[in-house]
Write a protein that binds this ligand. Structure first.
Ligand SMILES: [Zn+2]
Length: 65
């Protein structure tokens, strides 16, 4: 069977972001499905954001704007 080279869609609900340090996919719960989560190494000065920890223990922020 063929295997797509593109990233398969995550069947789970919510959005997944990639850890900037190890490329680990981490599921996040976006407050609004219409906003695009943006990974940031530091906390946002404003707007919706949440702290995310990947399975490797890296800490980063996801901003929703
Ligand atoms: Zn990581």
């Amino acid at each position: 069977m063929g295997r797509s080279t593109s990233t398969p869609a995550d069947p789970e609900q919510g959005t997944a972001v990639v850890c900037p340090q190890c490329d680990e996919r981490v599921a996040v719960s976006a407050p609004d499905t219409e906003v695009e989560p943006t990974v940031s190494p530091s906390v946002a000065a404003f707007g919706e954001h949440s702290v995310v920890h990947c399975s490797a223990g890296h800490k980063f922020w996801v901003n929703y704007c």
